[in-house]
Ligand binder design. Structure first.
Ligand SMILES: NC(=O)c1ccc[n+]([C@@H]2O[C@H](COP(=O)([O-])OP(=O)(O)OC[C@H]3O[C@@H](n4cnc5c(N)ncnc54)[C@H](O)[C@@H]3O)[C@@H](O)[C@H]2O)c1
Length: 666
């Protein structure tokens, strides 16, 4: 049996069983999941897992899988982890018949790279539960299908399970992904626990299950934009000497430390998990670590005096920090929270009063008691935050369901009219300043995996943006400036981990013109291999999420998901190479529907046509919806788009006078 990379990929599920693998304690593992299945359901989970394997192996595998289910709450099939290094190698190294499929293999591999993924052995990329696959059999089968497929087939992915290759045509997406799609009445967090334990559904987060994660860079850029604009909410004199307090040094939250420094602030971040603190400190994202609050306060005072841009981690529970700051009357200018409250009962939030280890035990041994502890802790956290906001702090929810879970816990977080006391970062910042104008997290990956290609794309993108900026209307000048500054300094920030990727907030015009310029450069041989375009789902059109992406929609439609569904359907017939639609992502299972795409540019005329058609729709769908919701920035943006594109004809809203309505209904 050949054991090299290509042979293992082409073999898929191996004929002979590989040796069992030891549980590697040096790797960051997913927490033990809730033991939620009845014995009858456990039998079902085993039968479900065994259907990937020849019957002759069932006697060996059945007890092993049961042990995994009992020990970890899931069947990951650890034995089938491949022996080769999973990483974004150059596209030509992946065995393939379709270049588009090879690009997807690269993207899948990047999401599972040990240097990139949060819990690589459990196939989790980020956010604690953002899965690429549910188990290693699914990974192996998928890679085999991708290696075999032609441009006249489409691979169908059901929540990590490759249903198979179906005949299609060259213009169709090569892969169609659905993650966590369930009947709406079965979309509570425990449904996820159960369906995932049964092996029939998964939580794809946003860019995990859709193969579009680009490591920490994506989130550092988005967080920098957010912190900069939050700073503009409290004054026009920049963030020098101002304090930004928040929590979380995990997958995405870790970006806060780096972003605070790029934005010029003093960032203080509470983190309860010593491993997470160590990772970010050794990476250089966190400058200094404190476990004594008095020492930390002394250091903050010094930084404030010297207007230092510095990131300070507090190793401990964020609730202790907030309570101390409230008690001592510490002046905090900006505040937020980025614990994983989209997943509050199984490791996303560590309650005050328990050590990290005590919490990890309690959440599995006594989930009800653990839940009470989390809720008590949230109440305390909110009480301290309320004191500091009364003293002038600008607090915002960072899309982690902090306001939602705090309200469910009975914390003092609601106004009299039942709305939240604090805005979400989308309501106040990203929505009106970026999404309504079409600016969102456009990104690309150089499939040569050669840093030189990335440098070339940076140059091309910068030139395109500078040209557009010359004639951009006043409404979007600030956004253009922020992004030109970012792309100029992007390389210097050294944020590339894994694939050679870049993120850049751009509007429809920017995305399309940058993509066209890349395609031309590939055609001319200036860039050595195809480029994958994509974006975070956290964007203008991709996501319906009432407490986050669509939290600045005020016409009552924030609880509908037509936009996200229309988006993924529209992308798929306008030329996307792969599309995905997910239940859950960011704020939690049942709380959001979000979708994304990947598009391979190979320098061809076909790619030119596809990119223009699809990127235009992918942004303007959301702008039209935001405009219909009476968001003024979006009304401006869609009218401008119509003027520039005669084929676009969108229904625009008329604005009724409040006085007329108020007279009728008192
Ligand atoms: N950064 C963004 O732009 C962004 C956008 C949308 C949503 N989010 C949300 O932010 C949350 C965090 O994402 P992540 O990928 O970093 O998750 P993560 O689980 O990797 O990190 C969260 C961190 O919070 C720590 N933590 C939990 N409770 C704590 C407590 N009481 N005190 C101190 N530390 C505590 C955990 O140890 C963990 O390291 C998620 O809910 C995510 O959906 C982030």
């Amino acid at each position: 049996m050949k054991n090299d990379f290509k042979s293992q990929i082409l073999e898929g599920i191996p004929e002979e069983l590989p040796e069992p693998q030891l549980y590697d304690k040096t790797i960051n593992h997913a927490p033990k999941r809730k033991n939620i299945l009845t014995n009858t359901e456990k039998k079902l989970a085993l039968k479900n897992a065994l259907r990937y394997f020849d019957k002759k192996h069932h006697k060996t595998l059945a007890p092993e899988f049961l042990e995994e289910l009992n020990n970890y709450g899931r069947i990951y099939m650890y034995r089938f982890r491949p022996s080769y290094k999973i990483t974004a190698r150059s596209i030509s190294e992946f065995p393939h018949r379709s270049v588009q499929a090879a690009a997807i293999m690269l993207m899948v591999s990047n999401n599972l790279d040990y240097a990139v993924a949060q819990h690589p052995h459990e196939l989790i990329t980020y956010g604690g539960n953002g899965a690429v696959f549910q188990n290693w059999a699914q990974y192996r089968l998928t890679m085999k299908y991708l290696a075999e497929m032609t441009d006249e087939q489409t691979l169908v992915m059901y929540s990590g399970h490759p249903m198979g290759l179906f005949p299609s045509h060259k213009e169709a997406p090569r892969v169609v992904v659905t993650n966590g799609m369930v009947i709406p009445n079965y979309s509570k967090p425990d449904h996820w626990e159960k369906f995932n334990a049964l092996g029939v559904s998964q939580y794809g987060q946003m860019t995990a299950g859709s193969y579009m994660y680009i490591g920490p860079q994506g989130i550092v850029h988005g967080t920098t934009i957010t912190v900069l604009n939050a700073g503009r909410k409290i004054g026009n004199d920049g963030l020098g000497g101002k304090l930004f307090v928040t929590s979380g040094l995990g997958g995405m939250s870790g970006a806060q430390a780096k972003a605070a420094v790029i934005a010029g602030a003093i960032g203080v971040i509470g983190e309860v998990n010593p491993k997470a603190v160590k990772t970010r400190h050794s990476q250089g994202w966190v400058d200094e670590v404190y476990s004594d609050l008095n020492e930390l306060i002394k250091r903050i005072n010094k930084a404030r005096k010297n207007k230092e841009a510095v990131s300070l981690a507090y190793q401990g529970n964020i609730v202790d920090l907030w309570e101390k700051f409230a008690k001592d009357g510490i002046k905090v200018e900006l505040g937020s929270d980025q614990t994983s409250l989209h997943n509050p009962w199984s490791g996303g939030y560590y309650p005050a009063g328990l050590t990290f280890e005590e919490s990890n035990k309690l959440m599995a041994s006594d989930p009800d008691k653990f839940k009470k502890k989390v809720q008590e802790s949230l109440k305390r956290q909110v009480a301290a935050i309320n004191k500091l906001t009364a003293n002038g702090m600008y607090f915002f929810d960072y899309g982690n369901a902090f306001l939602l879970e705090s309200s469910r816990a009975g914390a003092d977080i609601l106004k009299k009219d039942g709305s939240f006391k604090y805005p979400s970062y989308v309501q106040d910042i990203m929505g009106p300043m970026c999404f309504d104008y079409g600016f969102g997290p456009f990104r690309w990956v150089c499939t040569s995996s050669d840093p030189k290609d990335l440098d070339k794309t940076d140059m091309i993108a910068m030139k395109v943006l500078e040209k557009i900026a010359k004639t951009a209307p006043a409404e979007i000048t600030q956004q253009m400036k922020d992004n030109i500054r970012w792309i100029k300094e992007a390389k210097k920030n050294k944020l590339v981990v894994g694939s050679q990727a870049r993120i850049l907030y751009a509007d429809a015009e920017g995305r399309s013109k940058i993509a066209e310029a890349f395609n031309n450069a590939i055609r001319k041989g200036e860039i050595s291999a195809p480029i994958v375009l994509g974006r975070d789902h956290h964007d203008v059109s991709g996501t319906d999420s009432p407490y986050r992406e669509t939290s600045n929609i005020y016409d009552g439609s924030q609880f509908t998901a037509d936009m996200a569904i229309q988006n993924v359907i529209g992308d798929s017939f306008r030329g996307a190479t792969w599309v995905s639609i997910h239940n859950g992502g960011g704020v939690g299972w049942g709380e959001v529907i979000n979708g994304g795409f990947g598009m391979v540019l190979d320098g061809s005329k076909d790619a030119d046509r596809r990119l223009k058609s699809m990127l235009f729709w992918d942004v303007n769908n959301g702008i039209s919806r935001r405009s219909w919701a009476r968001n003024e920035g979006a009304v401006f943006a869609i009218k401008r788009a119509m003027k520039n594109n005669p084929g676009l004809e969108v229904t625009v809203p008329n604005f009724a006078d409040d006085s007329l309505i108020d007279k009728l209904i008192k």
